[in-house]
Design a protein around this ligand. Structure first.
Ligand SMILES: Cc1cc2nc3c(=O)[nH]c(=O)nc-3n(C[C@H](O)[C@H](O)[C@H](O)COP(=O)(O)OP(=O)(O)OC[C@H]3O[C@@H](n4cnc5c(N)ncnc54)[C@H](O)[C@@H]3O)c2cc1C
Length: 434
């Protein structure tokens, strides 16, 4: 049996590990076009700020790879021939497969304004992008960042940490409005301002102005111009579906797969940011652009490719991140609507977060330590925990296991409820009885 895995991200690696756990002899070939292979993409944010050395981005050792016993080719797959069951590498070499996994991830939605091709217009997809940002940050003084979600903030913080003056442009009137509520957006904005970031609301970039082929400034819709040496953008991501499209696999925004991560071709699977995965609970196919779901999908895909029959059950999406230096956990469904700064889906994001829950909101705490909980009739549906993270693990379990919270429902929604205390009490009783 020959397995081919396209993509060296976390979904691809998890698939390799899963296949080897059940098929000790099968031949596995991993193909990837990133010169650095597998590394932590979320870690790039900490590499930008200088908190992580680039060596720390690589979680696997040579020995780990050797134990798994697979071949690795640094190559770009340029075509899949389903009739002959082959993939074409760099337009030259053909390799045949019995089972194929497409785990090609996603790429930053390109900026489409005049001047986008100038040197100094930067995105953050790969380690090489991060290195380029650091190189140009050393030479420049002022940066402009556009976009919403986590990555735009990571760019802002990274550039700030490298000593740049940063202007952050937001099209709307607040930060990440489809996931955070107004209070949470304001917490983040206040902290950014305290760190020295200049925020520009209702500001739309219409042109990057060039000077000798390099970024010299930006022009906004309101007529203002800002001088800068770097324009960094994070306006969303797009699943990398070209291979699947050319191979005529079923697509929507990502590659459509069933709960076994199988495409409409039974020998081809897809997992991670590129896959739009069937969620048996909601009956819909959704995009997650999160590290843990990518790993879980890769694992389930690998096991199924190796002959098992494992359903991928999408759990409540969970992300621990840092927003303006404040550790923030987002679980389940917490927001709704559309963010003007993001076209589609953002990195580190889940569409499920924006399902409008049939729920009431309970809030507690203030600025530094804030918790918002979406309370359904018998279960908690989602939560945002900012600052103190004591509640994040209990809340993740309560939400993802759909634990019955009827006994604290009214307490949580009472006026001036001490939300955190109510959850702690509920959790302590659960732990004591478990
Ligand atoms: C800056 C940043 C911050 C993030 N922060 C968070 C976070 O806080 N929390 C979180 O949960 N998630 C975060 N994410 C998202 C998370 O990293 C992704 O969800 C996850 O890496 C997806 O894994 P993947 O294996 O599907 O794809 P990827 O990691 O994108 O890997 C896909 C690989 O396929 C390769 N490839 C593509 N096309 C081809 C081809 N034709 N031939 C060969 N190789 C190809 C690519 O080069 C790439 O190496 C972040 C991502 C970034 C970039």
């Amino acid at each position: 049996m020959r397995y081919i895995i396209v993509g060296t991200g976390v979904a691809g690696i998890a698939a390799i590990e899963a296949i080897r756990s059940v098929d000790k002899k099968g031949e596995m070939i991993m193909l990837g076009d990133d010169p650095h292979g597998f590394y932590s993409r979320p870690g790039l944010a900490y590499y930008l700020t200088g908190e992580l050395h680039d060596k720390a981005l690589f979680p696997k050792t040579r020995e780990d790879y050797a134990r798994l016993g697979f071949k690795y080719h640094k190559a770009r797959v340029t075509r899949i021939n389903r009739a002959e069951k082959t993939v074409l590498l760099d337009g030259r070499e053909l390799l045949s497969y019995d089972k194929l996994l497409i785990a090609t991830g996603a790429f930053a939605t390109p900026l489409k304004v005049p001047g986008s091709a100038l040197q100094g217009v930067l995105k953050l997809d790969h380690l090489d992008d991060a290195r380029q940002i650091l190189k140009l940050a050393r030479r420049g003084k002022t940066a402009v960042v556009v976009g919403g979600g986590i990555t735009a903030l990571e760019l802002t913080e990274g550039l700030l940490a490298r000593g740049m003056n940063v202007h952050y442009l937001l099209r709307g009137d607040r930060y990440w409005g489809n996931v955070l509520d107004e209070h949470e957006s304001r917490i983040v904005e206040k902290r950014l301002q305290e760190e020295g970031v200049t925020l520009h609301f209702h500001s739309e970039l219409i042109e990057v102005i060039g000077r000798a082929g390099k970024v010299g400034g930006v022009r906004l819709l309101n007529g203002r111009t800002l001088k800068c040496d770097i324009l960094a953008y994070a306006i969303g991501i797009k699943p990398r579906v070209e291979l699947a499209r050319e191979a005529d696999l079923a697509l929507d925004r990502g590659i459509l797969v069933n709960e076994f991560l199988q495409t409409n071709d039974p020998d081809i699977y897809a997992a991670g940011d590129v896959a739009q995965v069937y969620d048996p609970l909601s009956g819909r196919s959704v995009l997650d652009s999160l590290w843990s779901p990518a790993r879980e999908q890769g694992r389930a895909a690998g096991l199924n490719m190796a002959g098992q029959r494992i359903s991928y059950i999408k759990g409540a999406p969970f992300n621990v991140t840092r927003l303006a230096g404040l550790t923030t956990t987002i679980i389940g469904a917490v927001g709704h609507g559309h963010d003007e700064d993001i076209l589609g889906i953002a990195r580190g994001d889940s569409e499920t977060w924006r399902e409008l829950p049939d729920a009431s909101v309970a809030q507690g705490g203030f600025d530094m330590n804030h918790v918002r909980i979406l309370v359904g009739e018998k279960t908690l549906i989602g939560a945002v925990v900012m600052g103190d993270q004591t509640l994040s693990t209990p809340l993740q379990k309560i939400i993802s296991d759909k634990m019955d919270i009827s006994c604290i429902h009214d307490k949580l929604l009472a006026r001036n409820a001490r939300v955190a205390d109510v959850i702690v009490e509920y959790w302590s009783k659960y732990v004591a009885s478990a």
